[in-house]
Structure formats: structure tokens, C-alpha cells
Design a protein around this ligand. Structure first.
Ligand SMILES: [Zn+2]
Length: 125
């Protein structure tokens, strides 16, 4: 027969176990915070791309005749091709660090590197 003290002890132990599980879930989610790139047109996010080692993705952004080919590869991203008049976006090359940004001014396109973690964590690193 369990005494009242035993029951309290069990509740305490269970709570501690649950707290431990929550904490490890939190840490796992925290550590797997992914690097992504947000593709925006005139400030609106039109596409989110994953930046990860060993992962490649290509996205062709078309706005009528305006084309930007955006390439994510091995944790970095660039605008590979564009038919904008200045090609400044293509000349910017690869970016990979959070808060770095590619801009195609004529087409109002931006590609910004960010993470799924809060920006405070990035500063703390
Ligand atoms: Zn451009």
C-alpha cells in the first residue's frame, strides 16, 4: 500500500522525468535549427529554401519576363542567372551567413539567409 508520501514522491519523480524529456526535446529542436533562405519579391516571402550540407535546390523565380534562377547548394545560396539589366545580383556570388542578403533591385527580389532559431542565439555564438 502506498502512503501519501510515496504518492507525492512518485508525482515529483514523474514531473522531473517529464521535465527532462521536454528539455531534451527542446535541445534537439534547438540544435537542429536549420539555416534557410527567404526569397522575397517586394517584401513578400514567395519561397523558403533550405541551406544544408549536401543538399542542393534550384528555384526559378519568374515574374512575367523577369527571371532569377536561385541556387542553394551545400549551405550557401546565390542568384545563378538573371535577365535583369545590371546583373548585380549574379555578381554578388554566394552568401551563407545569417543576415547576409542578395538583392536584385530591378526585379525587387531579395534573398536573405536566416535560421529557424532566434537571432539572439546567433549573436551569442
Ligand atoms: Zn538582378
Amino acid at each position: 500500500m502506498l502512503t501519501k508520501a510515496d504518492k507525492i514522491l512518485i508525482v515529483v519523480l514523474l514531473s522531473a522525468a517529464l521535465a527532462g524529456i521536454s528539455a531534451s526535446f527542446y535541445l534537439a529542436a534547438h540544435e537542429s535549427g536549420e539555416k534557410i533562405a527567404e526569397v522575397r519579391v517586394a517584401g513578400q516571402v514567395v519561397k523558403t529554401m533550405t541551406l544544408r550540407q549536401g543538399y542542393r535546390e534550384e528555384f526559378t523565380l519568374r515574374q512575367g519576363d523577369e527571371v532569377n534562377v536561385i541556387e542553394a547548394d551545400n549551405g550557401r545560396i546565390r542568384i545563378r542567372e538573371a535577365n535583369c539589366p545590371d546583373h548585380l545580383c549574379v555578381q554578388q556570388g554566394w552568401v551563407s551567413l545569417p543576415n547576409q542578403q542578395l538583392v536584385c533591385l530591378p526585379f525587387r527580389v531579395t534573398v536573405k539567409v536566416t535560421t529557424t532559431e532566434s537571432e539572439l542565439d546567433d549573436i551569442a555564438r
